[in-house]
Design a protein around this ligand. Structure first.
Ligand code: AGP
Length: 625
């Protein structure tokens, strides 16, 4: 949450900072700002609202500066206002700070600084960092010493960018349990929260370790620990192409990303599936050769270790948590191992019962979600085997889990996750087949059958996408709803949860997902003609029971919508709108059933004129706990 950028070189800093902020806007879009050294003086330009507001200001002011830092904000302390926008300055107006994360003891520090006569201009926790560095600097005139003296006093997980007109040829960065990278170009240097924002300019990067300070000049970088002791590390070279961010003719990134699903599913499958009749390939050495300088992925667990696993714990948040719920069904079914799925934030402050017979799997598109990282770190400390499923092999998660399965999605720009969810599901299927074959709970012919079904999925998703216009009508009726209820059973209960989350976050219509059998235990009370029920209904083990639950809803006058497969003869009698999909094997059906629900949420949100790619109050990467 929040994005930090920085630049030093011979080019104009403002356009570079702006282009890097554009890449990081997914991290927050409440306000944005830059602080540059212009003619030897600090100049702060910032604005509440989207980055385009800052862009307008910068076009007007055109600051002539070659050194600066910038920020895009997702508000934690203090509402989104000009005053609370970053950068924040010290009292003399000579030093500016941008900040990600939370300074947990800010209130105590603020009281202390207020007692010393400092006046605060914002409601943020960040401002204490600006005043503290300035206070310490006044004592020694040594900015590095001032930063060291400041960071040892601040608690929490955070990252800082600092610029001072007293030190015009350098910027400083602090990383404390967060993410920051320095990019090293030809007589120019860059700072960013995410390597994607640096990759546009250079492929030579140095990632800050936990509790590290970087002194960055146009010619290089020096690293220090929190005691001020210099650290030495070589930069890495990124081999992959820079991220290409373009809507490619689609009205929104979300729509483009929904339509990219056949491609990303094919890419993810072809990465790990050699053929229907061969074992899944998670060979770490092979992927090491292709890795882009940072991300080593594959599964290192030995066959004996895989056989020794007695329990699996999946930790994740939001959509990734829903992928984990599908993962539970798949792993239990194929491997016969008990699986629990936990919302990562619920791990905090309680006894985590994992040990060396547990495999803990963290699922995170970004690999930077603070709660998920905290949960997996806890599992590591307790001796559990750990594995990450992520879209970012350069992420924090990727660096701390020895086993990593990467979704091959490219960057997902829209805040609502779509293509990464589908790819996470594929990873769970492949992981389950891999483990089940090793553990002997799935024969080679049975494994070949599941792989065959999976390999057919991309073409089936293409067929679903081709029906997008058919789904529009049901969607437009949904836009008048007071609220909505999504139901499903078994493998498609998580689909119901995910459908409800997509509708909520995109259209702001309140929606809840339920296990269909739970409806009559309470939620049915909310049903009337203004609350539609969306049922996920796939032929198979739980078809009849799900249909009965839908009929109970119909009897309460609810408008009935259902995802059903072609040729379902019973469905037309129960549902007002059918979102039909091609026939699909029940076991892999979550890969297909979610797509009409993604499209429906998109259509509703677009029809209601919502900010589809950047819904209010959200950020793509949730890096605060
Ligand atoms: C999904 O549409 C949401 N934007 C959100 O729930 C997201 O899945 C969650 O914050 C987890 O993010 P992660 O996958 O990057 O860890």
């Amino acid at each position: 949450m929040c994005g930090i950028v920085g630049y030093l070189g011979s080019n104009q800093a403002a356009p570079v900072l702006l282009s890097k902020l554009r890449v990081l806007e997914y991290r927050g879009y409440d306000s944005a700002g830059v602080a540059v050294i212009e003619g030897g003086r600090l100049n702060v330009i910032k604005s509440v609202g989207k980055l385009s507001n800052l862009e307008t200001l910068l076009q007007k002011e055109r600051p002539a500066a070659t050194v600066g830092i910038g920020h895009t904000r997702w508000a934690t302390h203090g509402s989104p206002t000009d005053a609370n926008a970053h950068p924040h300055i010290d009292e003399s107006g000579t030093l500016a700070v941008v900040h990600n994360g939370i300074i947990e003891n800010y209130s105590e520090l603020r009281d202390e600084l207020t007692g010393l006569g400092f006046e605060f201009r914002s409601d943020t926790d960040t401002e204490v960092a600006a005043h503290l560095v300035a206070y310490e600097y006044a004592k020694t005139k040594d900015i590095l010493a001032a930063i060291v003296a400041t960071v040892v006093r601040m608690r929490g997980a955070y990252a800082l960018g600092i610029v001072s007109q007293n030190e015009p040829d350098r910027i400083f960065a602090v990383n404390h349990h967060y993410s920051l990278v320095v990019g090293l170009g030809d007589k120019e240097s860059f700072l960013a929260s995410d390597s994607a924002a640096v990759r546009q300019y250079t492929n030579k990067i140095l990632r800050l370790e936990q509790s590290e300070i970087a002194e960055i000049t146009a010619c290089g970088v020096r690293l220090f620990d929190f005691q001020g002791k210099e650290q030495f590390r070589e930069p890495a070279t990124l081999n992959g192409d820079p991220y290409h961010i373009d809507k490619e003719g689609y009205k929104h990134f979300l729509l483009k990303e929904i339509h990219e699903q056949p491609l990303v599913l094919r890419q993810t499958l072809s990465k790990y599936v050699r053929s229907q009749n061969k074992p899944i390939d998670f060979n770490i050495e092979q992927f090491a050769a292709e890795a882009d300088g940072e991300g080593l992925y594959g599964v290192r667990l030995t066959e004996d270790e895989i056989k020794s696993v007695e329990r699996i714990l999946i930790v994740a948040c939001g959509t990734a948590y829903h992928a984990g719920l599908v993962g539970k069904y798949i792993l239990e079914e194929l491997c016969g191992i008990p699986v629990e799925v936990e919302i990562a934030s619920e791990i905090r402050g309680r006894r985590l019962l994992v040990n060396d017979k547990t495999l803990t799997i963290a699922v995170s598109q970004s690999g930077e979600t603070a709660d998920t990282l905290a949960a997996i770190k806890e599992a590591i400390s307790l001796g559990s085997f750990t594995l990450g499923i992520t879209n970012r092999p350069d992420s924090h998660l990727a660096r701390i889990t020895p086993n990593l399965v990467v979704t091959e999605c490219g960057i997902e720009v829209s805040v609502a996750a779509t293509k990464t969810y589908s790819a996470q599901l594929v990873c769970f299927y492949l992981l389950a087949i891999y483990m089940a074959e090793i553990r002997g709970t799935l024969s080679a012919p049975e494994a070949a059958k599941v792989k065959k079904s999976l390999l057919q999925i991309p073409a089936l998703v293409e067929q679903v996408l081709a029906r997008a216009e058919d789904y529009k009508k049901a969607s437009l009726e949904m836009s008048e709803a007071k609220g909505a209820v999504f139901i499903g059973r078994g493998l498609n209960y998580p689909t119901a949860l995910e459908g409800a989350l997509k509708l909520k976050e995109l259209s702001y219509i309140h929606a809840s997902g339920y296990a269909a059998g739970e409806l009559k235990h309470g939620p049915i009370a909310v049903l009337d003609a203004s609350v539609p029920v969306v049922t996920v209904l796939v032929p198979g083990k739980v078809y009849e029971k799900t249909l009965s639950n839908a009929q109970e809803s119909r009897a309460r006058q609810a408008k009935m919508v259902a995802v059903v497969v072609d040729g379902d003869e019973l469905a037309p009698q129960t549902f007002d709108h059918l979102l039909s999909i091609p026939p699909v094997d029940e076991f892999v059906s979550p890969l297909l059933t979610v797509v009409p629900l993604q499209l429906m949420s998109y259509f509703v949100a677009d029809f209601l004129g919502k900010d589809v790619d950047q819904p209010r109050n959200l950020a793509k990467s949730v890096t605060v706990e």
